[in-house]
Design a protein. Structure first.
Length: 98
């Protein structure tokens, strides 16, 4: 999947996106042990799932999205995730070349 799509990078995340072959967008998460212990990894996953749930209606077409968290990501609250991912989400919502 990762070879076919586009890759975007932010300070804390790497996002791979390809058009979906099914109806509706899907989210995949990759949060490795380098990010921290299980509590911290699960927190990242909850925050990213919540962001996807709230903002998936903005996507112009169905997409498969895989978000990987980078080592040393400085995310501690939902507002941090939203501030970092919302500009990319809005760009995807406009249907820019994916």
């Amino acid at each position: 999947m990762r070879r076919k799509g586009k890759r975007y990078s932010t300070k804390s995340f790497i996002i791979h996106i390809i058009p979906s072959s099914i109806e509706g967008s899907r989210l995949g998460l990759s949060v490795g042990a380098v990010v921290g212990n299980a509590v911290k990894r699960n927190r990242f996953k909850r925050l990213l799932r919540e962001f996807f749930r709230i903002h998936k209606h903005l996507l112009a077409k169905p997409l498969d999205i895989v978000v990987s968290v980078k080592k040393g990501a400085g995310i501690s609250a939902y507002k941090d995730v939203s501030a970092e991912l919302k500009p990319l989400w809005l760009r995807l919502g406009e249907g820019s070349s994916v």
